[in-house]
Write a protein that binds this ligand. Structure first.
Ligand SMILES: Nc1ncnc2c1ncn2[C@@H]1O[C@H](COP(=O)(O)OP(=O)(O)OP(=O)(O)O)[C@@H](O)[C@H]1O
Length: 256
């Protein structure tokens, strides 16, 4: 479904991505792991159009997305959450989720004034959809609260709801388990599986919490210093000597 072909990216002459190539299959949950600074978030930024690669391309079902503006890539069915919570201050939870819907085009100030009834209907529909998806992630009771007043884990669920409201083909999650306790990590693993089962969405999951990676992912890609160093089943990559040396650490099996 999503193909990354030979992606290279540099900042000020420093190569942060070096010929990165991997695939995310239809309905697949793929982990992207590696040490800090390996280039994982940069990969997500290239996929979503925040960064333009020096070389290579990103394709969704065969169509090249490279170079398209971020909002067009989002409209093509690729949505994400961020490493740090990005809920809008001053907006309630339900309003934050409504932002995930496609913007309604053709409504400048004057047409909006003349079509006030239609605008209100549109907003009511959007609010209903947002409430449904909030209910699905278990956050409907918080709909009227300010998004930024919620705990870190709750904000994560609201961000996931905002990404899911448009029923994306591909969902990119950047370290969703940061700051979660162990039972919440297991809840999140279950939620990710439900996202695949109920929406048919493919998921790319950047994560350092190996418990989530091992519980959720069908396959794992490992990066180090801007390059892919392993790509395989979770059990295969965690036994890969290179991956243990550069990321998991020699004590991984003893401790894990
Ligand atoms: N906008 C930027 N300008 C300059 N350098 C950047 C920029 N974004 C990322 N980098 C650099 O690119 C490299 C890869 O960063 P990236 O955030 O992609 O790593 P990561 O694997 O996601 O790390 P982490 O696990 O800590 O989030 C790092 O050396 C980082 O400092």
């Amino acid at each position: 479904m999503l193909e990354l072909n030979d992606l290279s990216l540099s900042f000020g002459g420093v190569h942060v991505l070096k010929s990165v190539t991997f695939r995310l299959g239809q309905g697949e949950i793929l982990g992207l792991i590696g040490p800090n600074g390996a280039g994982k978030t940069s990969v997500m930024n290239v996929i979503t159009g925040i960064h333009r690669p020096l070389k290579g391309d990103v394709r969704l079902n065969g169509t090249a997305l490279t170079g398209l503006p971020a909002h067009v890539i989002a409209a093509n069915g690729i949505r994400r959450t961020f490493q740090t919570s990005l809920l809008c201050p001053g907006l309630t939870v339900v309003e934050n989720v409504m932002l995930g819907l496609e913007p309604r085009t053709g409504y400048g100030f004057l047409p909006a004034l003349l079509n006030a009834g239609s605008m209100r209907q549109h907003e009511t529909r959007a609010r209903t959809q947002a409430m449904e998806i909030l209910d699905w992630v278990g956050m409907a009771a918080f709909a009227g609260r300010l998004g930024t007043s919620l705990s870190f884990g709750q904000q994560r669920l609201v961000e996931i709801a905002r990404a899911l409201i448009s029923h994306p083909k591909v969902l990119l999650l950047d370290e969703p388990a940061v700051g979660l306790t162990e039972p919440r990590v297991l809840d999140l693993a279950e939620k990710i599986e439900q996202i695949r089962a109920e929406f048919g969405t493919s998921v790319l999951l950047i994560e350092h919490v190996m418990q989530l990676v091992l519980n959720s992912c069908d396959r794992v890609v490992v990066m180090n210093s801007g390059s892919v160093i392993a790509d395989g089943l979770p059990g295969q990559v965690t036994e890969d000597r290179n991956v243990i040396e550069s990321y998991l650490g020699r004590g991984y099996y003893v401790e894990g």
